[in-house]
Design a protein. Sequence first.
Length: 311
Amino acid sequence: MDPAIKPATRAFEDATPLLAAPEELRREAVRKGYLFFKHFFSREEIMELRTQILNVLQGENLLDPAKPFMDGYGNLPLIDSMTMEELNWNGIGTTQQVYHKVQKLEAFHAFAHHPKLIGLFDTLFGERTFPHPRNIARIMLPSDKLNVTPPHQDFLHIQGSSNTWTCWAPIGDVPLSLGTLSMLEGSHDGGLLQVTGNPGAGGLESILCGLGYEWAEGDYEAGDIVIFHSMMVHKALPNQQPGRIRLSLDLRFQPASQPIENASLLPHGPFEWDELYEGWTREDLKYYWKKEQFTFLPFDESIRWQKDKIC
């Protein structure tokens, strides 16, 4: 069987008890390459952000007016009229116009600076954490035209420090049937894998032939998060709930002393910070990286050269 579609054999284990045991937390992170936390954020703060994103979708007529607002059902006639190019723009599951409005939300970017999240990564890194400003929202509209994100390693796209970690947070309850994120447990130890082309987000799929790792997965509730190393192979599961929109965040963090690639300081999408910042009230969220003394590493396109997938 293709390792990319092999069913999961492991279930997520709640790492919350490790927050009180820093050495154990670091050991488990090194062993697995990821950590899953139940109810890390309060449900209320997640649902407040969900409300703001759904308001954007409602303003674009993308919600089904006959269904409860917070359930996030899509306006299928309008979504079905969209082209494959519109729906798969930049791998975020919606159109550029919608994404621009989400990127302007101060509350969306503020999550990367959440004191509890910064504290978690300070503990993991054993030094001061730097949160990347290039925050990503996934607004996965329900459509057969939408490409599912394939197994991949984030380092291909981020580069800079390999000790960069991603926090994936669902914005609402996301059970397996709505299309959660699965982890290939321990795969960060395999180094940077070769890739082949794939139409899903990022355009590249890690070649998993001959690897003996096992997939781990589980249901997510609002407030749950999973954090994982940039070499960790992960993938999205397909949405099997007709009409439902899946909302989630990708936030990235690294030790402040480590090098970075310049694009990690740019907005995610063809936007400008000055324009996105319009109307924000928190000055500490704006251009905060300018006080850092980074070493910049150039982007290495050669690690993205594609191979044939032969198993």
